[in-house]
Structure formats: C-alpha cells, structure tokens
Design a protein around this ligand. Structure first.
Ligand code: F6P
Length: 320
C-alpha cells in the first residue's frame, strides 16, 4: 500500500480528529502517504481530496467535531455514484481507505469493499450503537457532557423542588441515557431497551415526593416519548411541577475526553497495521482493553455488544 485515504462520515463524534491524526502519523511512519477526503462519501464523489502530512494534523487532538468535515450522503447507495467516487480514488493513487463513523459508514464501506476497494472501518459515534466494539469513539465525551449538564439541571431542579426531564440522544440505543443517567445520578432512566410504562414513573415520583423527596431528575433517551408532553402529563397527574430540557447537539460537541483520545489513537494505528498486513473488509474495535477486528457484514447485521442491560439493573437499584 502506497497511499491511504481517510474520511469521516455520518454524525460527527469527539475524537474523530484524534483518529485521523493517528492514521496519518502511523501511515507516514511506515512510508505510506495519506489523503484526507472532505465531507465523507460526498467529498469522495465530488473529488474534494487533500494531502495530509504529519504537520497537517498538528493541534487537532484537542478538537471535537471533525476537521475533515462530514455528511450524510444518501446517493452513495447507488452503485453508479460509488463507481464515480472510486474513479476519484484511482486517479489519486489511493489504494486503501480508512473510514471513521457509525453503521451507515460501515454500510458504505462494505459496498466499496464488495467493489474491490480495500477498506477498514473505525467506530465513531456518540450513540455507541455499533457492533464489533465495546465502545465507539465519542461516546465517553458525550456521556461526560450529559453528566455535566445534568449536574447543572440538578441545581435549578433542586432549588425549585421540581421534576426535571432531560432528553439525550442515542437514536435507538439507550447507552447514552443509561450511562449518562447513572453518572448524573438520575432518579429514573427511560431507555429503549426496557418498556416504558408511564404509570410506573408517575407513581414512583408521587410516592417519592410523598415520603419527603423534594426534586427528581429523569434521563430520557430520544425517540421514545415527547419530552414536553411527558412533562405536562406528569405535572397534570402528580401535581408536581415538571420541566423538560432537550440537550440536543450540545452533547455531541467539545474537546474529547482522555478516554476517547486514547481509544481513537489506538484504533487509528491498528487500522493502518491491518492494511499493511493485508487485512481488509473489517472494522476495528475494542473488547475490554484488547483491539479486535470484525467483518463489516457481521458488524452491520448483528446487534451491538451492549452493557445496557447490566446498567439498567444497576440503575433500578440505586434510583427511585
Ligand atoms: O448518530 C448520532 C446522532 O447524534 C444521534 O444520536 C441523533 O439521533 C442523530 O445523530 C442526529 O442527527 P443530525 O446530526 O442529523 O441532527
């Protein structure tokens, strides 16, 4: 391999830059050149590709987001579009790709792999919803963002003796809600892995307030129930004042934590080593502290390794 192309795709995640930096430096150390592809598959199709050298990735380890840019480019599902994008790689002598993102990125990578492009995927999404890794890059930073914001909500919620609902992201995965909720000391966590029974929430809140509790925090995963509607219904049913906050994209930004920087650095280097060893068509990940590689097909078609059930039973023990 003489030249590797690197791209970030899908929702940005803190630590993507650290992963790109690691890929660039690990490759250059082995005498391999690196091209950075702007805005994921979109930039690959539009031939927006730059040369990256060691200095080109200076000072990015501290930065959230992705300096290469990202996009959700649905037209990449079409084979003709992918063929045009592959022509751009050939024209620039890019003979392998490292693709950093979530399961949408892996699907694009699998299609490219099937068309003969050497690909390795690196998991990066705050949702932690990809198979083939215990943790994806960005999850830890987002959990910390959730925790810090829940601490802030606790201040105002306790001052006003209210119930506060905080909605977090996760798409259809409860990891952010459950792990962030435990870290923030949530009194009740609503995650898609466990059926949500409104009456259970309302009666637990009512009982807790009846026995002296003066405020409560609820951590809610997105795409389950409307946070404002739930707050109104809780207030109407229990008579206890309730407010809702949707944390939104704030949780996706900011400087990556040490954990995410180290994970990204390890996975970036591992991706390059696999390509050098002639291993393609896989995504890298972490199992405990061990680096692993999984076929794209397996990663896409299987549920992720989840810690959520174990965490839900913990949360049930230590919350309301
Ligand atoms: O996949 C990451 C994620 O942040 C999800 O948690 C969320 O549902 C989605 O992206 C939001 O997407 P967008 O960036 O298109 O608003």
């Amino acid at each position: 391999i003489k030249r590797i192309g690197v791209l970030t795709s899908g929702g940005d995640a803190p630590g993507m830059n650290a992963a790109v930096r690691s890929v660039v430096r690990a490759a250059i150390n082995e005498g391999i050149s690196v091209s950075g592809i702007r805005d994921g598959f979109l930039g690959m199709h539009q031939d927006r590709i730059i040369d990256l050298d060691r200095a080109g990735v200076n000072d990015i380890i501290t930065r959230g987001g992705t300096f290469l840019g990202t996009a959700r480019f649905t037209a990449f599902k079409e084979e003709s579009v992918r063929r045009e994008a592959i022509e751009n790689l050939k024209k620039r002598n890019i003979d392998a790709l490292v693709l950093i993102g979530g399961d949408g990125t892996y699907t694009g990578a699998l299609r490219l792999h099937e068309m003969g492009v050497r690909c390795i995927g690196i998991p990066a999404t705050i949702d932690n919803d990809v198979h083939g890794t215990g943790f994806s890059i960005g999850f830890d930073t987002a959990v910390n963002n959730i925790m810090q914001n829940m601490d802030r909500l606790r201040d105002t919620s306790s001052s006003h003796h209210r119930v506060t609902i905080m909605e977090v992201m996760g798409r259809h995965c409860g990891d952010l809600a459950v792990v962030g909720g435990i870290a923030g000391g949530a009194d009740y966590i609503i995650a898609p892995e466990e059926p949500f029974v409104k009456e259970d929430l309302f009666s637990k809140i009512a009982q807790a307030f009846a026995s002296g509790k003066r405020h409560a925090l609820i951590c809610l995963c997105e795409n389950i129930v409307n946070a404002d509607a739930l707050a109104s219904e809780l207030e109407a049913t229990t008579g206890i004042e309730c407010r809702a906050t949707v944390l939104g994209h704030i949780q996706r930004g900011g400087s990556p934590t040490a954990y995410d920087r180290v994970l990204a650095s390890r996975l970036g280097d591992y991706a390059v080593r696999l390509l050098i060893d002639g291993v393609y068509g896989k995504c890298v990940g972490i199992d405990g502290t061990t680096l692993i590689a999984t076929d794209f097909e397996e990663a896409i078609n299987n549920p992720k390794h989840s810690h959520v059930n174990e965490y839900i039973s913990l949360s049930n023990k230590i919350s309301l």
